[in-house]
Design a protein around this ligand. Structure first.
Ligand SMILES: Cc1cc2nc3c(=O)[nH]c(=O)nc-3n(C[C@H](O)[C@H](O)[C@H](O)COP(=O)(O)OP(=O)(O)OC[C@H]3O[C@@H](n4cnc5c(N)ncnc54)[C@H](O)[C@@H]3O)c2cc1C
Length: 424
């Protein structure tokens, strides 16, 4: 049996950039708190990314609380070790009260209204809990993956580190979110035999009309728009990230270019039966859809340039350089020499330890800018918690400050109601 519970004002679950941003503002406000991290701080950047990983967002967007990027390359894209140095610099700037190697196993409401937080080491009672465990905790893989011939090696994007992790032979990468296209490119650049199953992810230009597309979008105000201002908030929240790359100075990824160079592309996988893999007939549709999202961004930038009368270089008219001659419906993987599958089919958060009712029927947090209807329970770091940058380096600091301000106000009302009780 664990020792009796310790009491504290705030518990933060998760020692990534979101949890430590909250800790920064709590420390600054003198609010007693502890951060629990099951592994070590910034675990996901240190251990869940591949060796050649680069940011997709430019360095200037790294804006942790009072810790902006100050390196020599604000328009570049940091590699993994530099990202970790940037994060460690931030943590060292204020020395958060973090306990590493402490996994939260249970968060529940006590009869007196306090929040009970049980870890693998101790039990705590808090007035507030900030859940900052990230959007990418559990790897999502379709159920039919278990039907695959066990001789074909299955690797998930979280465990992929370098091309030598992939067995000899052909690797089929499944999924075209940021991880899928970048891992395909990592293998391709190493001269490995790779193929790609193309999903419905959107894509983005990198440099357009003389500037990084993200610079334009920032200036246009796209990154300040809140989730409520989106045409279809539920759809926006669930949308896969646009694919493009920050590698070697950054570039866009047009899969039609790769196809012209010999990369074999397929539609979405519909099911697997031992050696046989089946695809939907949606390759052309998915490529068209990715181009449409690309062109939508271009049009937005063109309109802005025109309205503001900006002198920006023209670029050649967009053309579709390749299209599939016919859709492939199935392959026998053994006869095709496919020896491995790299699953890049997404992630979801893990809230199996959360026993307070604040998730919807899809298991997603119900909140308004991180504040739930359950008193004292907050989320931070989620994609589109408030804006596009909420789940990224760009805006997590704004959201953290907003939540800590809310906690401060609540603490003030708790204190004043106590004083009232004493004087009456
Ligand atoms: C492949 C990939 C590429 C990305 N590229 C970019 C980019 O270019 N630019 C950008 O701005 N953003 C990018 N992001 C998004 C975002 O910046 C990262 O996901 C970032 O790690 C989010 O930080 P976080 O603190 O919210 O979550 P995490 O970094 O995931 O931190 C959550 C922490 O919680 C801990 N934890 C979880 N459960 C428990 C528990 N029960 N008890 C205790 N601790 C727990 C975990 O160990 C982890 O350390 C990328 C994300 C991915 C997955």
């Amino acid at each position: 049996m664990q020792e009796s519970a310790q009491t504290i004002k705030v518990v933060v679950v998760g020692g990534g950039q979101a949890g430590l941003s909250a800790s920064y503002f709590l420390s600054k406000s003198g609010i007693e708190h502890v951060v629990f991290e099951r592994s070590q701080r910034f675990h996901s950047w240190k251990n869940d990314r591949w060796d050649s990983f680069c940011l997709v967002t430019p360095n200037w967007q790294c804006r942790l609380p009072e810790w902006p990027y100050t390196g020599h390359d604000p328009t570049g894209y940091m590699v993994k070790d530099d990202i970790v140095d940037y994060l460690e610099g931030f943590a060292n700037s204020f020395e958060p009260p973090i306990q590493e190697g402490v996994r939260v196993t249970d968060v529940e409401r006590c009869p007196d209204g306090k929040i009970s937080i049980t870890t693998n080491k101790s039990r705590w009672l808090a007035d507030f809990v900030i859940l900052a465990t990230g959007s990418y905790d559990l790897q999502v893989k379709p159920d039919f993956s278990k039907n695959l011939n066990p001789d074909i090696v299955q690797i998930s994007s979280k465990s992929y580190k370098r091309p030598s992790d992939i067995p000899d032979g052909t690797c089929l990468v499944i999924g075209t979110g940021q991880s899928g296209v970048q891992m395909m490119e990592d293998l391709w650049m190493e001269g490995r035999d790779v193929r790609l199953s193309v999903g419905s992810a959107p894509r983005s230009p990198r440099v357009y009309r003389g500037r990084d597309a993200t610079d334009w979008l920032y200036e246009i105000g796209e990154y300040s728009k809140t989730i409520e201002e989106q045409a279809d908030p539920r759809h926006t929240e669930a949308k896969t990230n646009h694919y493009l790359s920050g590698r070697d100075g950054g570039h866009e990824i047009d899969l039609r270019d790769f196809a012209l160079k010999g990369l074999k592309l397929y539609g979405t996988v519909s099911h697997i039966e031992n050696d046989h893999i089946f695809f939907k007939s949606d390759l052309e549709e998915n490529l068209d859809q990715a181009d449409e999202s690309y062109l939508k961004i271009c049009r937005m930038i063109d309109d802005y340039i025109e309205t503001e009368g900006i002198d920006a270089p023209d670029i050649p008219v967009f053309t579709k350089k390749w299209k599939p001659a016919k859709e492939t419906h199935s392959l026998n993987m053994t006869t095709e020499g496919i020896t491995s599958i790299l699953w890049c089919t997404g992630f979801k958060p893990d809230y199996s330890w959360l026993k307070i009712d604040c998730l919807d029927e899809r298991g997603r947090p119900i909140h308004k800018r991180g504040i739930t209807s359950q008193s004292g329970v907050y989320f931070l770091g989620l994609n589109w918690l408030n804006t596009w940058g909420s789940g990224r380096f760009l805006s997590v600091a704004d959201d953290a400050e907003f939540l800590v301000d809310n906690i401060k106000n609540n603490l003030r009302s708790i204190d004043s109601s106590k004083n009232l009780a004493v004087t009456t």
